[in-house]
Structure formats: structure tokens, C-alpha cells
Design a protein around this ligand. Sequence first.
Ligand code: GRF
Length: 221
Amino acid sequence: MLKLGVLASGRGSNFQSIIDAAESGRLGASVEVLVVDNPSAFAIKRAENHNIQHLFINPRDFASKDDFFVKIAAELKGRGVGLVILAGFMRIVRKPLLDAFPMRVMNIHPALLPSFPGLHGQSQTIDYGVKISGCTVHFVDEGMDTGPVIIQAAVPVLPRDTEEKLSARILSLEHKIFPEAIRLFSEGRLEVEGRIVRVKKRSGQNELEPEASLVNPPLGY
Ligand code: GRF
């Protein structure tokens, strides 16, 4: 079974959604190890609750950022990890980890990329005034939130939205699409060609049909 190595820096609610999906058997993957760069990350507690091994790797112990990622790559490789999950990991991943796991590092971002990359995607969204936002799971490359997009989900931005309210609605979708992206990967259904990620259909499955559009404010409002 595919082994996941999860990197996190904080709360770890996405980590929890992945643990829950793995435990339910619908991921086709198991969480092998959690790596944190912050010893007070709440994600550690979640790992403990589920008997998942966790490692704190302190970036300050390394002469360079690359060395920090060399160490992470070695720890993950040593445990047979096949897919690396960035679940609220607040650092730009460097080449040594990406070279060790080519197109095998996934991240989730709380906006519809390529809009509003980087920190505080939700407040950037509100400040810009867009009417539809959402979240994106993508493969990671050396840029900031620039890698090939795997799956996205949209939410309307409401007139009275605050950063907190919008973040909460986006987060509940994050918890759905991140496990979904991992499931598609574990089923061998993701094909990457340049920037384009194609999701192969199962044998006998119909072609994707466009679903109803999201219009906000709704037509005729
Ligand atoms: C999420 O909003 C995610 O999109 C972003 O960082 C946040 C992590 O939240 N990359 P959590 O730690 O998973 O609760």
C-alpha cells in the first residue's frame, strides 16, 4: 500500500482529514510518518492520537535550507514513503526533496490558483473583491504554489464574508479534495504532462460531464 509522509507546521486539520480517510480504507494509502518543523504544532497531537510516528526536524540545525530538505528526504525515503503531503507546511520546498520525490509532493492552497498564491490567500481574495474562490491541490515544484493543478473546488464569496468565515467554508472543502487527490494518485489515475494533470477514467467509467456552474451573485438575484 502507498505510504504517505506528511509535512505540517501547525493545526493539522488537513492532516486529520487524511488520517480519517486513510483509516476508513478509502484512500488506498496509509500515513507512515508526520514531519514537523515546529515542536508545538498541534498536528503532533493528532499523530499521537492515531499512533502515527512523528519527527521534529529543526531547520536551525542545518547549515542551509537545502540541507534541511536533504534530511527530510532521507527520513521519508528510509521509511518507504511514496507520496509526500504538505498539509499546512509553511516553507517553500527545495530541490533536494523535489528531486527525491519527482511529481510526488502535493500541496493544498486556500484559493483558486493561480490567483492569490502565497500567504493569506483568503484575505487576498476578500481584499481583491472576487466573487468566487475555493481551494486547489497541486503537485509541488520549486515555485510558490505554481505546480500542476490536480483538483480544485469553488465557493462563493459572500457580501458579509470575513477572512474567518470564508476560510472556514474553504477549509471544509479542503478536507474533501485533499484526500480525493491522494486517492486518485494511489489508484494510479494521475498522468502529468507538462503543466497538465489528466485524471484517467476507470475502465467502463463515463467521460467527465460538466456539472452545473457556480454563478455568484446567482443569476436573477
Ligand atoms: C490550510 O488553509 C491550507 O490550505 C494551507 O494552510 C492551512 C493549513 O491548515 N496550506 P491545517 O493546518 O491543515 O488546519
